[in-house]
Design a protein around this ligand. Structure first.
Ligand code: RP5
Length: 174
C-alpha cells in the first residue's frame, strides 16, 4: 500500500452522498482533491479502492449496491487501462464521473481515451486528466439541482472564483 485511502469520510459531517472509488491506492494523491472539493461545499463522501481488474466481483457488487446504500453520484478514477468508471456505469443507475489518472507512461492519455469512448447508453462524464477537483465540483452541481442550500453554496463559490480572477487580473496589470 502506497497511500492511505480513507475508508469513509469522518462520519461526523453531512450525509454521505458521493462515492469516490479508484483502481488503486496509488491513485489517492490525485483523487483526494475530489473529496477536498466536496468537503469545501459541505457534501458528504466516502472513498474506497475497487479495482476493475484485480477485484472485479467486488467492483460489480459495489456498483450494483451504490444507489441502494444512499449514494447519488459516483466519482471513479483510474490510470492506464482505466475501465473502472465505464464498468461501474454499466451496473449502476447513478451518474458516474470519470477521472483519468496520469501515470508515468503516456501521461494519462490512455486513461482519458479509455473513459470517454463509451458505447451509446452508458455515459461517463469524464473530466480533464488528473482534475479530480472538477469531478468533486461537478458532483456537487448534480446534487445541487435538487438541494437549494447546496446550490446557493455553489453560487457563492462561483462568485468567489470571479473575485479571485479579478484580483489576479489586477496584479497582472500593475
Ligand atoms: C490502475 O492501475 C489503477 O487505477 C492505477 O492508476 C494503476 C496502477 O496501479 P498500481 O500498480 O499502482 O496499484 O488500475
Amino acid at each position: 500500500m502506497t497511500e492511505q485511502v480513507p475508508a469513509r469520510h469522518d462520519g461526523a459531517g453531512p450525509r454521505v452522498r458521493v462515492g469516490i472509488v479508484m483502481g488503486s491506492d496509488s491513485d489517492w494523491p490525485v483523487m483526494q482533491a475530489a473529496g477536498e472539493a466536496l468537503t469545501e461545499l459541505g457534501v458528504g463522501w466516502e472513498a474506497d479502492v475497487v479495482s476493475a481488474h484485480r477485484m472485479p466481483t467486488e467492483m460489480i457488487a459495489w456498483g450494483q449496491q451504490a444507489h441502494e446504500r444512499g449514494l447519488s453520484v459516483v466519482i471513479a478514477g483510474a490510470g492506464g487501462a482505466a475501465h473502472l468508471p465505464g464498468m461501474l456505469a454499466s451496473v449502476t443507475p447513478l451518474p458516474v464521473i470519470g477521472v483519468p489518472v496520469p501515470l508515468k507512461h503516456l501521461d494519462g492519455m490512455d486513461s482519458l481515451l479509455s473513459m470517454v469512448q463509451m458505447p451509446g447508453g452508458i455515459p461517463v462524464a469524464t473530466v480533464a486528466i488528473g482534475n479530480a477537483r472538477n469531478a468533486g465540483i461537478l458532483a456537487a452541481r448534480i446534487l445541487g439541482t435538487s438541494d437549494p442550500e447546496l446550490q446557493q453554496r455553489l453560487v457563492d463559490f462561483q462568485a468567489e472564483l470571479a473575485r479571485t480572477a479579478h484580483a489576479k487580473g489586477a496584479v497582472v496589470r500593475e
